[in-house]
Design a binder for this molecule. Structure first.
Ligand SMILES: NC(=O)C1=CN([C@@H]2O[C@H](COP(=O)(O)OP(=O)(O)OC[C@H]3O[C@@H](n4cnc5c(N)ncnc54)[C@H](OP(=O)(O)O)[C@@H]3O)[C@@H](O)[C@H]2O)C=CC1
Ligand SMILES: Nc1nc(=O)c2c([nH]1)NC[C@@H]1CN(c3ccc(C(=O)N[C@@H](CCC(=O)O)C(=O)O)cc3)C=[N+]21
Length: 286
């Protein structure tokens, strides 16, 4: 039996339409238009594409964007000054500092300088701590999108065996916490995990975020499992492929999310959602 496809692109589109309506209401009721400061340093082509996609999505939803494209030679001090400026700007409710940053800049120092009240990416230690507590304000966009995709299927998370492949602070770790708070029994795997295929085979929900093209093969997947592929890898021919070997795995899984058209579009929708929610809080609504 072929797996049912979790169409992240379509789900993201629905969410963006709902956000656009909410923006109209917020402007009408409170005179507040949500604003996002997007900060991009250097000339990584993939980052430029992502930021352009985020900009387009904000435009379509009526979210104001303050776009800051800075040269690769930007110093850490200059970047910190820009962040101080947008931290203080009342038109801005969300701040996105696109990663990766150039090597001469300490990402940790930069991310820590973003106001936790405008941290639309959910990367600030305050927001990460709130997530650990189970009382989050801003949740990281990619894992938040993963959860919405799982929930969109109607499959309950509570009581399920969930395995998260990858433990990064921006995807794997927060995804595992979000599943835990929804009462899954969660295992987190990483490069030192022993007999990874056997652990993956236990998963009723398998979230894959390691950054290795087609790493997860059918023998690592339990019959009927839900497989969410976060990986975004570019092949030599410039094609985007996930961390999951899609064709064979989709014949064994019960549910699968494609790449492209899965988690990527949801990540962008969640950035808009976080910015909107922040603007609502600033307007005294939430
Ligand atoms: N669609 C989207 O919106 C987004 C997609 N991504 C994509 O998701 C993927 C993961 O991103 P990110 O979390 O930032 O990646 P990182 O490189 O920060 O983390 C990768 C994780 O995978 C683990 N890992 C790597 N190789 C193996 C292996 N062979 N076996 C087991 N575990 C392994 C690492 O383990 P260890 O900790 O031991 O080193 C690490 O925990 C990438 O493809 C990225 O492009 C990321 C963000 C957003
Ligand atoms: N501060 C910060 N926040 C991020 O959220 C962030 C970041 N930095 N740095 C890089 C990663 C990566 N990321 C993606 C977003 C959308 C797609 C996406 O829309 N992908 C399309 C395909 C795009 C293509 O074809 O290139 C899809 O999967 O359908 C992918 C990856 C966000 N990230």
């Amino acid at each position: 039996m072929a797996a049912q496809i979790i169409d992240g692109k379509a789900l993201a589109q629905q969410i963006r339409e709902r956000i656009a309506k909410d923006v109209v209401d917020l402007v009408a009721q409170k005179g507040v238009r949500p604003g996002l400061a997007a900060i991009l340093v250097g000339d990584d082509p993939a980052s430029h594409i992502y930021v352009r996609n985020k900009q387009k999505a904000c435009d379509a939803a009526g979210i104001y964007v303050d776009e800051n494209k800075l040269p690769a030679s930007t110093t850490q001090a200059e970047l910190l000054r820009l962040i101080e400026k947008v931290n203080a700007d009342p038109k801005i409710h969300g701040i996105l500092v696109q990663l990766p940053l150039p090597k001469h800049i300490d990402s940790k120092v930069i991310l820590d300088s973003v106001s936790p009240l405008k941290d639309a990416d959910g990367f600030h230690p305050y927001n990460f701590g709130r997530l650990v507590e189970g009382n989050p304000i801003f949740e990281a966009c990619t894992p938040k999108g993963v959860i919405k995709m799982i929930e969109s299927t109607g499959v309950t998370i509570e009581g399920k065996r969930a395995v998260v492949l990858g433990r990064s602070n921006i995807v794997g770790k927060p995804a595992a916490l979000m599943l835990l708070h929804r009462h899954a029994t969660v295992t987190i795997c990483h490069s030192k995990t022993k007999d990874l295929p056997a652990v993956c085979r236990e998963a009723e929900i398998l979230v894959v975020a390691i950054g290795k093209a087609k790493f997860v093969t059918a023998d690592m997947v339990r019959e009927g499992a839900m497989v969410i592929d976060v990986g975004t890898n570019r092949t030599a021919e410039g094609k985007v492929v996930g961390d999951v070997d899609y064709e064979p795995v989709s014949r064994k899984a019960g549910w699968i999310s494609p790449v492209p058209g899965g988690v990527g579009p949801m990540t962008i929708a969640m950035l808009l959602d976080n910015t909107l929610e922040s603007a609502k809080r600033a307007a005294g609504l939430a």
